[in-house]
Design a protein around this ligand. Sequence first.
Ligand SMILES: *[C@@H]1O[C@H](CO)[C@@H](O)[C@H](O)[C@H]1NC(C)=O
Ligand SMILES: *[C@@H]1O[C@H](CO)[C@@H](O)[C@H](O)[C@H]1NC(C)=O
Length: 309
Amino acid sequence: MVPVLLFLLLLLGPAVPRETHTGPYSLSFLYTGLSRPSEGFHSFQAIAYLNDQPFFRYDSEGRKAEPLGPWSHVEGMEDWEKESELQKAREDIFMVTLKDIMDYYKDREGSHTLQGLFGCELRNNKSSGAFWRYAYDGQDFIKFHKEIPAWVPLDPAAQNTKQKWEAEEVYVQRAKAYLEEECPGMLQRYLPYSRSHLDRQDPPSVSVTSHVAPGKNWTLKCLAYDFYPRGIGLRWTRAGDARETESGGDVLPSGIGTYQTWVVVGVPPQDKGPYSCHVEHSSLAQPLTMLWGKRQEAKAEGDLGTRPQ
Ligand SMILES: *[C@@H]1O[C@H](CO)[C@@H](O)[C@H](O)[C@H]1NC(C)=O
Ligand SMILES: *[C@@H]1O[C@H](CO)[C@@H](O)[C@H](O)[C@H]1NC(C)=O
């Protein structure tokens, strides 16, 4: 699927660990509409996120908003019947917009995608940011500028969409009010039910592995997994000096609400090291150091978070 907006979404999590008690917290929605649903993809799908955690989903097949993960056990946080009705109405509008754009481009053939991403952020219980934007076939299409307030076209066809969405002054005021009042209000309402999950600190499990082919460099891999939140620092040192990593560094979701990442370094056969992998994460009282020696595979130098540097 088109990755542009999804990538933006991954950046929404709290960027600064240890500040999570005051936020930022975000509530965001990712909508995807397909002109030609295929196996496994419905014509419309909505996923709602609290920070980077999916908390409910809705699609054109089931037409029901369904809480996800830990939120499926929470009582009284949301009226899911009402939420389903709201998502149904939004689906209809969304699919009309997709059809309008295809009409504009006479894009009758092939399969086309519209994505919408909107949401808001709270810091210290105050609204601290909001956004609303759309992409058509993976390209920026239109976005809302809430200070003007107005829709800003980012594509020729979006001029039409703008006219429609601004046909009455009140439409624009409503969009602004949604982002600045309604959305932060929902987030304030959701937080008491969600904070323990969003603020949790899952320390990384770390493993160091190595392999070598005759006459080639050693390849050392330091892998950190099962951690939350997303922010982490991972690096190799040789006798205390930082080494350039050969590959890795991307932090990827593990699919169960936690993250994983790794860094790889190449070590010439005659190099005696010593090499260590250092891991910093908000869940660790102290950075974690894993020492690699050629004889002993991956030997942990200290216990999780307890060893002074
Ligand atoms: C956040 O602010 C709202 C009003 O804007 C208030 O009702 C609510 O109690 C506040 N929550 C916290 C945790 O301070
Ligand atoms: C072996 O590792 C060294 C140091 O990391 C690097 O400069 C060199 O390019 C590597 N050689 C090969 C064949 O990968």
